[in-house]
Design a protein around this ligand. Structure first.
Ligand SMILES: Cc1ncc(COP(=O)(O)O)c(C=O)c1O
Length: 368
């Protein structure tokens, strides 16, 4: 007999909230509604022209196959150059493993460092997937609170209190989703001094608007750095990401990757080579626009009397503590609720309908 109890061992793994809201928003789109998608951190730019030109060429040749599991050598060489030029970090191509997006690599990073039953320290808040991925890997997520009064910088004394004999890794993300905070160099140094392996999600590293872009590798070699093309190259749908590990850890990572993925899509890897070689100016112009929008949002929030209490200086997120602000809720409800279909999850992930509806309020479909 088929029943849900057969998959109940996965009951503790929640869905990725953003995907859930996205599915509901898509259902509304299928009814002909025009939705503004704010669920994902997804740039509204197109991929760099170098990417599409490369794919056209690859399609003409039409010889895509499996590649070396760690990725095409030329791509790994370009990644080595990027880390040297952009972050001042020297790595070897043998330290790089390319995959279809960075999400799987987060899982791999946790798996290689943290055996089942161990603990991985995460920040609270953090990217919505982290807790689930740690649990999937058989480890326990241990949260260290980022305090609003510290400007959401990591307080390393708080972090130290969460370290136990079971701690195998600390997972950080700077610039950070969902605060937009870039951890200070003092915080990074203090984390490195703990002498615990760090998984550094650097997917937003290029979107640092006030400090030079940086990799945790410049603070400690005991690092798995995770990066990709989704954000600063506006290539979410291309699914191209990579990880950098010490040589000593790569064999374990690659064995997992070979068995789970074989290799990343060849023509997408080829596009990645072209993008890294030819798209510096394109990415700079996107970055300038992201920064303009960041300053615009901060100004408008200030005008509305919405005191953020900190300054997001990276990525494209702002975390507003709306629950404590009746004023903001009032403005939001009065301005939006009667006019927009609103998909608002209590954790703040949302999608909005663009068209202004006339008539009565549309119920929040999240609650139906
Ligand atoms: C912090 C963080 N890490 C990883 C990802 C996923 O990246 P990818 O598209 O490379 O799987 C996201 C996507 O929103 C993210 O915000």
């Amino acid at each position: 007999m088929i029943s849900t109890s057969q998959t109940s061992h996965l009951d503790s793994i929640d869905s990725f909230l953003a995907m859930e809201i996205f599915a509901k928003a898509q259902a509304l789109e299928a009814q002909g509604r025009d939705i503004i998608h704010l669920e994902f951190g997804e740039p509204d730019f197109t991929a760099p022209p170098a990417a599409t030109e490369s794919v056209k060429k690859s399609m003409k040749i039409n010889d895509a196959g499996y590649t070396f599991s760690q990725g095409l050598e030329e791509l790994r060489n370009e990644i080595v150059k990027k880390y040297a030029n952009d972050y001042g970090v020297k790595i070897l191509p043998e330290q790089v493993l390319v995959s279809n997006g960075s999400s799987l690599l987060l899982y791999l990073a946790i798996r290689i460092l943290a055996p089942p039953g161990s603990q991985v320290i995460l920040t609270d808040p953090c990217y919505a997937c982290y807790e689930n991925v740690v649990r999937l890997a058989g480890s326990e997520p241990v949260m260290v609170k980022l305090r609003h009064e510290d400007g959401f910088q990591l307080n390393v004394d708080d972090l130290k209190k969460r370290v136990t004999p079971k701690t195998r890794a600390i997972l950080i993300n700077s610039p950070m989703n969902p605060t937009g905070v870039v951890f200070s160099s003092e915080v990074m140094k203090a984390i490195a001094e703990l002498d615990i392996p760090v998984i550094s999600d650097e997917i937003y590293a290029d979107l640092s608007f006030e400090d030079p872009p940086c990799s945790f590798l410049s603070y400690s070699p005991q690092t798995v750095a995770i990066h990709g093309f989704s954000k600063s190259y506006a290539m979410t749908g291309w699914r191209l990401g990579y990880m950098i590990t010490p040589l000593e850890w790569m064999s374990a990572a690659d064995r997992l990757h070979q068995n789970l993925m074989i290799s990343a899509t060849e023509f997408v890897q080829e596009a990645g080579i072209s993008v890294l070689r030819k798209s510096v100016a394109y990415c700079e112009s996107m970055k300038t626009e992201f920064n303009r929008r960041r300053l615009f949002v901060l100004d408008r929030m200030h005008e509305l009397g919405m005191d953020l209490g900190y300054t997001p200086t990276g990525a494209f997120y702002v975390l507003y503590k709306y629950r404590d602000s009746e004023k903001f809720l009032w403005i939001f409800v009065m301005k939006c609720w009667k006019k927009l279909v609103l998909l608002l999850h209590p954790d703040g992930i949302l999608a909005l309908e663009r068209k202004v509806l006339s008539g009565s309020a549309t119920p929040n479909p999240w609650k139906t």
